[in-house]
Design a binder for this molecule. Structure first.
Ligand SMILES: [Zn+2]
Length: 116
């Protein structure tokens, strides 16, 4: 399915490099990561689709596109970027349909689509 930049930009796939960048920096100091991320973005909102701003926003994963999912992140008490659920992997994810290639952090889901 083609996704363009018009309309619901939240569903655009253009921020995949940002999400992969943030994932690659888990464990690093948030202030450093944030300033590097901001420098390459046209707007800062997409950072906070992935990184929770407070306890209530913390989620194990989020949907970045039609069938692309990424880990939810947060900043811990030591100002380090962390995963909300480090044990969650692509092998745990259930596809919601059979027609799309679902990915988690860029890796294809292991489980097939099931109607059960
Ligand atoms: Zn589909």
């Amino acid at each position: 399915m083609h996704l363009n930049n018009q309309g619901d930009s939240r569903r655009g796939l253009d921020y995949t490099p940002l999400f992969k960048f943030l994932l690659s920096r888990v464990g690093d100091d948030w202030d450093v990561i944030y300033s590097e991320a901001v420098a390459r973005l046209d707007k800062i909102e997409p950072i906070f689709w992935m990184v929770a701003k407070n306890e209530a926003e913390k989620k194990p994963f989020f949907r970045a596109g039609e069938s692309a999912f990424f880990s939810g992140l947060f900043v811990d008490a030591e100002n380090k970027l962390s995963m909300v659920d480090p044990n969650l992997g692509f092998e745990d994810m259930e596809p919601s349909c059979s027609c799309c290639t679902h990915t988690f952090n860029g890796i294809k889901f292991l489980r097939p689509f099931s109607t059960n």
